[in-house]
Design a protein around this ligand. Structure first.
Ligand SMILES: [Zn+2]
Length: 105
């Protein structure tokens, strides 16, 4: 599951959903720090879902990984797939993209 550590109920579909459910009970005591990280996670999850809809498979759900996957996708000319392709951080040029696709430089 994607629940936060210590989620009392479990079974939430995503960290964001879990946080939203917890939010109801946390209410007024929710710290701004938590809110910030929650909002960032929410943004990242939205972005993650949008690239997944385009067939891109990033290495993770952080904005950094998503951006790397988008760059790799552009260079590859097809959706990047972390399960099959080399780490996206290595696909930074047309040459490395060709190598990732064909194994040849
Ligand atoms: Zn949960």
């Amino acid at each position: 599951m994607n629940c936060r550590t210590g989620c009392p109920t479990g079974g939430h579909a995503s960290w964001g959903e879990c946080a939203r459910a917890a939010n109801i009970s946390i209410g007024a005591v929710m710290t701004s720090e938590f809110k910030e990280s929650y909002e960032q996670t929410d943004r990242e999850l939205k972005e993650y879902r949008s690239v997944r809809a385009e067939g891109i498979q990033p290495e993770g759900t952080t904005m950094n990984k998503i951006e790397l996957a988008k760059t790799a996708t552009k260079l590859l000319g097809r959706p990047y797939n972390a399960e099959k392709d080399p780490p996206a951080k290595f696909i930074r040029s047309k040459q490395s993209a060709t190598f990732a696709k064909t194994g040849e430089i």
